[in-house]
Ligand binder design. Structure first.
Ligand code: C2E
Ligand code: MG
Ligand code: MG
Ligand code: MG
Length: 282
């Protein structure tokens, strides 16, 4: 009897605990508490002009500063936040915080990721409008990053929401381009200003790899549609050089700059281009 209990309590606390329901319940309680306590933070990752290596924009990336578990990346809590509907409050906080911070960075724009769950909220455009007004950020300096998932579900509704957002003067980017279903038709029919080539293509990019013709084809297509392109997840000098040779206008990735907390942003944005370029020689 005692032995059994011990085994039971061992199972309860073991890291390989397979009681998923319990893990989930704990995480859920934690997340609800975190929203109330405001435990979220934003890190910022610059996006660079490929030619000049000057930063043009930053992407705001959410972090959860857990009091005991430390920094938790978004992949570990955004899906649950979406499921619980907490993403509305968290996403509004992200937008407001990102806009108010970047308003004081002259010449720099900001990108904010919008979850498909937020996208389904009929109040989204009004929320964006009031945050722009509140923070004084010029609309053209805000870019919203959406994934093509939002377009699959309800095409007509998506068209209406995207049009309303465009009317505010913000720009729209399709994130993780190339990982979903079709993407191509979407670019023609929806008012996207930019596509971000997913890091899955960029991370394999070498002079020989078959990713390169795919990236080249995406670049050619975007060019003829008048859509800007950012390559995400650029980690090596070789990837950077290939993208530059293929005239990809903007790059983002660890090779250029990692996401940093606000306290390090000014410093990160002021790294001189030749210092970044000198890494290509190394
Ligand atoms: P994403 O929007 O595609 O963001 C790019 C992710 O790639 C970020 O991960 C970034 O840190 C990472 N990354 C950037 N450069 C490199 C690189 O060179 N190599 C590699 N391996 N990774 C790189 P992160 O910050 O963990 O965010 C993951 C995802 O979580 C984001 O993907 C986005 O979909 C979502 N997310 C982040 N913040 C928010 C938010 O405020 N709201 C919503 N709805 N989603 C968010
Ligand atoms: Mg993004
Ligand atoms: Mg992405
Ligand atoms: Mg992603």
């Amino acid at each position: 009897q005692a032995k059994q209990e011990r085994r039971g309590s061992y199972r309860f606390f073991a890291p390989e605990m397979n009681d998923l329901a319990l893990v989930r319940q704990t995480l859920e309680m934690d997340l609800r508490r975190a929203v109330k306590a405001g435990e979220f933070d934003l890190h910022f990752q610059p996006r660079f002009d490929t030619r000049t290596l000057k930063p043009v924009s930053v992407e705001a990336l959410m972090r959860w500063q857990h009091p005991e578990r430390g920094m938790i990346p978004p992949a570990q809590f955004i899906p649950l936040a979406e499921e619980l509907g907490l993403i509305h409050e968290m996403g509004a906080w992200s937008l407001r915080h990102a806009c108010s911070v970047i308003a004081s960075y002259e010449g720099i724009a900001v990108s904010v990721n919008i979850s498909p769950v937020q996208f389904r909220d009929p109040g989204l455009a009004d929320l964006v409008a009031s945050i722009l007004k509140e923070t004084g950020l010029a609309p053209h300096r805000l870019e919203l990053e959406l994934t093509e998932g939002v377009l699959l579900e309800n095409t007509e509704m998506a068209q209406t929401v995207l049009t309303a957002l465009k009317k505010l003067g913000v720009t729209l980017a399709m994130d993780d381009f190339g990982t979903g279903y079709s993407s191509l038709g979407y670019l023609q029919h929806f008012p996207f200003d930019r596509l971000k080539i997913d890091q899955a293509f960029v991370s394999q990019l070498t002079a020989q790899d078959s990713s390169r013709p795919i990236v080249q084809a995406i670049l050619a297509m975007a060019r003829s549609l008048g859509i800007s392109v950012t390559a995400e997840g650029v980690e090596t000098a070789e990837q950077f050089m290939l993208l530059r040779a293929d005239q990809c206008a903007e790059v983002q990735g660890f090779f250029l700059a990692k996401p940093v907390p606000l306290a390090e942003l000014r410093q990160t944005l002021s790294v001189p281009p030749d210092q970044i370029l000198s890494r290509t020689a190394a």
